[in-house]
Design a protein around this ligand. Structure first.
Ligand SMILES: [Zn+2]
Length: 342
């Protein structure tokens, strides 16, 4: 009796098929509830799968803007908001007015709706042209250790969601400032909810490895009819990057368009959901295999899976859309405009 064996597309080890489990092309936490979801069966071993879960997938779901997206798109119930740490997302108010610019904002669950809430604090006017000082409850509780108050004018404005918050801050502030010999003079309260908010997001190598994994998974999935394609040595650099974080000699993950304060793919203009594609294409004299990935139609990434492909030329030009309107994963022709001509 022979034991059925399979080879892992990440560690390349041959193991009994029973030591493999299902790998979702896009991690399950971003695609739960989607029908015809693309998966890889007997292609990723349980060791690699569990490594990815612990070291890449969870972080993407908890620390990044995509963790927030999955709550907003109801892939995850809003009641689970507490699991979102937002470590790589900095939410702030945006305004030309110095007082109103850059005030930190939290995401909260208000009666089942995701919304922004100001982190309560006070803004103290500084004499001259200098930036106002923001003081939070923690600062007041620490008696303003580390703050230079020599230019304080005494005029103070509050950022608070409720009157209780404001009163608590006021009592605390008055106490501390009186002790320090700087009596305060209330100068108003900012009304929450009227100031635009932006999210500054940061992606690091861990997130890039996750995006590269989606591209590689997708390529492996759509080339399943070409036996051994994903196992070719041409993809060893991509494999090493995804599995071990080893940086290849070439830029493996590049943003498509601008990556900054806002998503490059506005959700109003393009269909909602995730996109992934895979291509074998010529770039000048060399052939390349690459994929493009966008999660929640927000940021787009070009993943260079092989910058100098010298193997057989299989026709690979596939794209899928994880469509949140129909809740299906379906082949997609054309692609969002910014992904089309790249
Ligand atoms: Zn493996």
């Amino acid at each position: 009796m022979s034991i059925k064996e399979a080879q892992c597309i990440y560690c390349l080890e041959k193991k009994p098929a029973t030591e493999f489990n299902t790998e979702h092309v896009i991690q399950h936490s971003m695609t739960a509830g989607i029908q015809d979801n693309l998966t890889l069966i007997e292609r990723v071993c349980a060791d690699c799968n569990s490594y990815f879960d612990k070291h890449l997938d969870r972080a993407l779901a908890k620390d990044t803007i995509h963790g927030l997206d999955r709550l907003r798109e109801k892939i995850k119930p809003i009641s689970k908001l507490r699991e979102f740490t937002g470590r790589n997302v900095d939410m702030q108010t945006a305004s030309d007015h110095a007082d109103l610019d850059g005030a930190p904002v939290n995401i909260i669950n208000r009666n089942g709706e995701l919304t922004y809430a100001l982190k309560p604090h006070l803004v103290i006017e500084i004499k001259g042209d200098r930036q106002p000082v923001r003081l939070f409850r923690e600062d007041l509780l620490n008696d303003l250790t580390g703050f230079d108050l020599s230019h304080v004018s005494g005029r103070v404005k509050f950022w608070a969601e409720t009157e209780e918050e404001e009163r608590e801050l006021w009592d605390l502030a008055q106490n501390v400032f009186t002790k320090l010999g700087h009596p305060l003079q209330p100068a108003g309260t900012y009304i929450p909810g009227t100031i635009p908010v932006f999210a500054e997001v940061e992606f690091g190598i861990r997130e890039f490895r996750t995006f590269a994994k989606v591209a590689f998974n997708y390529m492996a999935r759509v080339t399943e009819h070409i036996p051994g394609f994903a196992l070719l040595q041409y993809f060893d650099d991509a494999r090493q990057f995804i599995r071990h974080g080893t940086m290849p000699q070439f830029g493996i993950v590049q943003p498509i368009g601008n990556v900054g304060r806002y998503g490059i793919l506005g959700q109003e203009e393009y269909p909602l959901g995730h996109f992934a594609d895979a291509r074998l294409h010529r770039n000048g004299v060399v052939w390349q295999v690459s994929g493009r990935v966008t999660l929640f139609n927000r940021f787009g990434w070009l993943v260079m899976l092989c910058p100098d492909y010298r193997g057989l030329h299989y026709p690979i030009d596939r794209m899928h859309h994880w469509n949140f309107q129909t809740m299906r994963c379906e082949p997609f022709a054309g692609g969002p405009p910014s992904m089309r001509n790249n």
